[in-house]
Design a protein around this ligand. Sequence first.
Ligand SMILES: Cc1cc2nc3c(=O)[nH]c(=O)nc-3n(C[C@H](O)[C@H](O)[C@H](O)COP(=O)(O)OP(=O)(O)OC[C@H]3O[C@@H](n4cnc5c(N)ncnc54)[C@H](O)[C@@H]3O)c2cc1C
Ligand code: FES
Length: 270
Amino acid sequence: MKHQIEAPILAHFQRNAYEFEIILEAPQIAEESRPGNFVQILYDQSFNPYTRRPFSVFHSDPKSGRISILYLARGVFTKGLRDKIPGQKLSLIGPLGNSFQPSTKLNVSHILVAGGVGAPPLYFLAREIKSDPFNECRVAVINGARTQDLLIAVDEFSELGAEVRCTTDDGSRGVKGIVTDVLKEMLEERSGEACVYSCGPTPMLRTVGELCVQQGVSCQLSVETMMPCGMGVCMGCVVKIKDSSNETGWAYKRSCCDGPVFQADEIIWE
Ligand SMILES: Cc1cc2nc3c(=O)[nH]c(=O)nc-3n(C[C@H](O)[C@H](O)[C@H](O)COP(=O)(O)OP(=O)(O)OC[C@H]3O[C@@H](n4cnc5c(N)ncnc54)[C@H](O)[C@@H]3O)c2cc1C
Ligand code: FES
């Protein structure tokens, strides 16, 4: 169920050059959020910027009623967001969208592939997988960005005990190259079954998805489309999905409510 609330900002701090975290009091959203869900944020009533924007839930703590959001301050919306201070409120609608469905099989290798601001929902997923006391499976994270200042949540993934490999296009941290170089190696090295979960820019998701489909590896992708309404109304977020019940063989699905998480083998890339 989605809620529209005015959420007080409890804390707001800078984590590195461009990365910020906001902690919000949002009990209903904290209670119901699942990894992959997002909230639509509007930060003042002047409607400037005019539309809400989607941000993934990074941390959700039902006990304290708090959620947190991680973002990179780079454009008009996020630079405005950066100026908000504790005590002010943000208008939130959420939790929205579907969620990752981690495999519950024993001894499966979970490989999480994050690109830039795709890391927050994957951290939530990693925390959930790691919290299962009956399934001590391998969790590996490949966290990529153009340069080290744009890598997100690197320390948190390590603190969870996940195996973390970073990639940067310029080699400033970790492997110089792209996440799929490392994913190829990991899939080749794997001994048993693997499940891949990924969130990041569309070209990255496409390469991750195609690699997994070729190798017959189960793969869930959280797409980052523009989401003008986030509520299933405007059709501004559609992706082409295979649909055998349709005579064309495909249908447009709304990534804000039918997604944002889709199976890699059902997406038709254009
Ligand atoms: C499901 C989902 C989860 C996301 N989670 C995160 C997250 O956890 N952290 C994070 O940092 N980013 C996240 N994003 C991306 C984030 O919503 C956008 O990057 C952010 O709104 C862009 O803000 P900006 O200040 O960088 O750019 P801006 O300068 O404000 O916008 C860049 C360009 O995009 C256009 N645009 C972008 N979104 C919209 C929209 N909704 N309506 C109209 N125009 C739009 C603007 O007109 C402009 O041309 C997520 C996106 C999706 C789809
Ligand atoms: S964002 Fe409007 S229908 Fe999905």
